[in-house]
Structure formats: structure tokens, C-alpha cells
Design a protein around this ligand. Structure first.
Ligand code: GTQ
Length: 357
């Protein structure tokens, strides 16, 4: 884009005059509006679980899940402070439920995912079906479905919430309401949706109208087994290792309409090739340790030394590469489905210096 035109006294007076009619000259702002390539205000960031776990447990002493409604520490991107965003388009937080607690039923337009970071045995109930959650499970709360969480186990549970709050907010399309009772009635047996829709079968005549997968818990045990079996003969992708996406079994599309979710395995000692894409991604480390090197838009490199249960983010269009010290498994999510639906999604693989795939 051309440099900004010169501000002459005559032009300044003119801008002032038209401002009174809620008008503004495009040529003064064009360079910042239509830019050559993405320049996310989000910054690469890393939350070490060891470091923040005590803060999460502190919250458990400060406030009950019931009083808080959702006792969550928001993962705030340092480039987007105070906006409750982990990337420009997504929200993430770490939610704590202690034994015996309930996070009361409500529903909202925003879609939510839970990715279980620590503990086993708490449940989420979605529209009348309860699912018991285990580490590494990916659980969906579709838009406008009643949901409450509870912990009938004897240990604290922590999971990552991922929501499309900024996207729904951008569209000014958000609604929310509380349920009159603490828990929404359970009307279906646990495991019903996985048996019905997630077993390589669908009920004959079933017509799925919702944009979200009818499977709402994708258990880690199954995901892990798939990766373990595939690694025996699948070639490792130079940029991603072995990377799978969670699908809606009805149409093969994304499991959620606004959030793309992935699980990838990086074998011990892999050094991946540089990669970037227009969807900034939030990663949660399920197994193993290693590092991710992210190059900011200013060329500065940041290295995240990650371990099991850590969270880190790679903003849109920033080159990054992974190294694994042991076999590692990473869960991630991004706004890729939205970008794909709008024809905006792009990626570049390979040699950064060459500047092309
Ligand atoms: O569990 O419903 O982290 O409504 C933020 C908003 C969790 C939830 C969050 C929510 C929830």
C-alpha cells in the first residue's frame, strides 16, 4: 500500500467538517485496513501447567463452582489483555471442579469444547445425556444446548474450555439463559450418542440437521489407539507428524461449525519443517515433552519448552516448528472451519527462507 497522504491544513479542516456528518476519508486509513498479509495482534504465549496449577487450586478455595457459575481462569493472550481472548477469534480457559461440586445448568449461543487436562470422573451433561470425562477426552457442548458440569469423583478435575465467544460477539448474535434448576434432567443413558453415532454406524433413516457432530465425547482411549495403530505404517508429515482432525461422522465435516479440533502425534526426536496457516491455534500437551519455535511478524523467535498439560498458542500466519524429546501427543483447536467456509484459509509449508511452499 502507498504511504499515507500528507496532512495539509486544508485537508485537516475538511476531515473535521465531514466528521460532524459521521464521514471519514478512506485514504487516511486504507494502509491499515487492507494489509498485505495477516498481522495478528495476538502474541505467541505459553502457560506451564506446573506454574499455574496452584493458582487454579487457589480459586477452588476462594469461590465455589456454584457461586462462580463457571470457576475458570481465562487464558488471556498477552497481546489482547482484558478481552478474554486467547486468539483474536477464540476464547480459552481452565475450569476447575472439585469433588461434590456442580456448575449449574445454562445454555448459550456460543459453542464450547472441553479438553480434559487433569483428573477423571467428573461429568458434563448435554441436553439430557451425561458423559464421564477422562484425561485427553474431547467433549462438545453445541450452541444452545443445556449443559451442567459436576464432579462425583474424589479428586479435582481441570479441563480446558474453548469457546467461539469472540466470533459470536463479532456478529452480535449472542443469547444466554440459566436453567431454573441446578441440573438439567438426564433422559438418555451415558454413552448413548457414542454408540448411536460414533461407532461407524448410523441409525437407518437418521437425518442430522444440526451443524455440530451428534457425538459429543470423543474419548482419548479411542483417539490414542488410532494414532498408535496408524504410526506403524503411516509416513510422518514433515510439518505435522501424524495429525488427525475430529470429524462429524454424519458428513465427514468438522465436529464443530466454528472450531476445528485436531490430535497429532510427534515421534521422539522429530524436527518438523516450518509451517504457517491463517488459523491461529491453541495447543494442549497430552503426552510427552518438546519445544515449539514460533517466529513473530517482527522476525523475533520465541521458544516454548512444553510438557504434559501445558497450553501454548501459535497466532495466525506465524511460522513455527516443533521438536519432540519423547513421543508426544498434542491436541489443538482453531477457527479453521470458519475460514474454510468463507474461502479465506491459507497455509504455507516448508522452507521459510525460500518464502514459499
Ligand atoms: O462451561 O459453560 O470457560 O459458559 C466460559 C463460559 C465455560 C461453560 C467457560 C461458559 C463455560
Amino acid at each position: 500500500m502507498e504511504a499515507k497522504p500528507k496532512l495539509t491544513p486544508e485537508r485537516a479542516a475538511y476531515y473535521k467538517k465531514i466528521d460532524g456528518s459521521n464521514l471519514a476519508p478512506l485514504w487516511e486509513v486504507l494502509g491499515g485496513l487492507i494489509i498485505k498479509e495477516p498481522r495478528s495482534p495476538a502474541r505467541p504465549a505459553h502457560w506451564r501447567y506446573d506454574e499455574i496449577r496452584p493458582f487454579i487450586l487457589d480459586a477452588g478455595r476462594l469461590i465455589t463452582a456454584k457461586e462462580a457459575e463457571r470457576r475458570v481462569l481465562v487464558l488471556e493472550n498477552p497481546g489482547l489483555k482484558g478481552q478474554s481472548k486467547i486468539t483474536n477469534t477464540l476464547y480459552a480457559g481452565l475450569q476447575l471442579i472439585l469433588p461434590g461440586e456442580v456448575a449449574p445448568a445454562h445454555r448459550h449461543s456460543q459453542s464450547a469444547l472441553r479438553f480434559i487436562v487433569e483428573g477423571s470422573g467428573a461429568f458434563t451433561a448435554v441436553d439430557g445425556e451425561k458423559t464421564i470425562m477422562h484425561e485427553g477426552d474431547f467433549v462438545i457442548t453445541p450452541s444452545w444446548t443445556w449443559h451442567d458440569h459436576g464432579n462425583d469423583s474424589d479428586a479435582p478435575m481441570v479441563w480446558m474450555d474453548g469457546l467461539d465467544i469472540p466470533i459470536v460477539g463479532l456478529l452480535d448474535a449472542q443469547f444466554a439463559e440459566g436453567y431454573p434448576d441446578e441440573r438439567h434432567p438426564v433422559t438418555r443413558p451415558a454413552g448413548d450418542s457414542l454408540a448411536r453415532y460414533g461407532s461407524g454406524l448410523l441409525p437407518v433413516g437418521y437425518e442430522h440437521k444440526a451443524p455440530t457432530s451428534p457425538v459429543f465425547n470423543y474419548p482419548y482411549a479411542r483417539t490414542r489407539e488410532a494414532l498408535e495403530t496408524m504410526r506403524r505404517r503411516e509416513a510422518w508429515d514433515p510439518c505435522h507428524g501424524l495429525k488427525m482432525r475430529y470429524v462429524n461422522p454424519v458428513d465427514g465435516g468438522w465436529a464443530m461449525p466454528t472450531i476445528g479440533t485436531f490430535m497429532q502425534m510427534l515421534p521422539k526426536d522429530i524436527h518438523t519443517s516450518p509451517y504457517r496457516s491463517t488459523d491461529g491455534a491453541v495447543f494442549s500437551v497430552v503426552e510427552g515433552s518438546g519445544r515449539t519455535v514460533v517466529t513473530g511478524h517482527d522476525g523475533a523467535e520465541t521458544t516454548f519448552e512444553w510438557r504434559k498439560r501445558d497450553t501454548f498458542i501459535v497466532p495466525s500466519w506465524m511460522w513455527h516448528r516443533h521438536e519432540a524429546d519423547s513421543d508426544a501427543v498434542l491436541f489443538s483447536f482453531s477457527d479453521r472451519p470458519v475460514q474454510e467456509k468463507l474461502g479465506l484459509w491459507r497455509e504455507m509449508r516448508g522452507n521459510r527462507e525460500a518464502g514459499r511452499a
